[in-house]
Design a protein around this ligand. Sequence first.
Ligand code: PEP
Length: 250
Amino acid sequence: MRKPIIIANWKMYKNRAAAVAFCQALVPLLHTTEKADIVICAPFTQLDVLADALAGSAVGVGAQNFYPAAEGAFTGEVSLPMLQELGVRYVIVGHSERRELFHEDDMLVRQKVQAAYAAGIQPILCVGERLEQREQDMTVEVCSGQLLSAINGLTGTQLRTLIVAYEPIWAIGTGKTATAADAEQVISALRQAVAAQYGQAVADCVRFQYGGSVKPENISQLMAQPNVDGALVGGASLKAESFIQLVHYA
Ligand code: PEP
């Protein structure tokens, strides 16, 4: 039985005070036993205050990026041990904004996934196709290629804890959502791709999220799909009132 997981991706929004205010609004609204795991992935500069504000709650703290070396001459970069010091337990890897705007390729994404596991931080691996790839019927080929490349070399134990977000690029921040049926079809094909290589038992443990203009109005339909285990949410995660509705989608 896979536990649902709802993750906020704040991208490059908010300041420290706004991050704390969000948590002060959110935490009292959480149930003592939540059905879903909840994570907030914030900009680096907010991670310490976020961890303080969420201490004792069920909400995990995540980062949106890191460099896959423990330390070194990498001007401007931040390492996993530095993030761990701030209370970070999750990290987004391979988000399409990093692939497209910062030219992160499959090789770097794989290095990051491996580095995150080695450091004991849970990667949230994003895969997704561009609009033209979808129009050429290449969605499953592109996304399974990104996925299998990124997880190559992981152990069975690591794979069983994997979180993968299927995020069609054309649906991110555009208001266009893949239909729940589309999300289910792609995610079920991705699960099969993992099963073909690593066995059904491993594939059945992987938690697959959908991401791309998820909002309170469409979350329950998405979460009703048998292979959709959660959502990675950008825009609708920025306000505590809408994020709590996503967390309590049922
Ligand atoms: C995202 O940033 O991963 C995302 C899915 O954004 P949005 O929900 O705004 O489409």
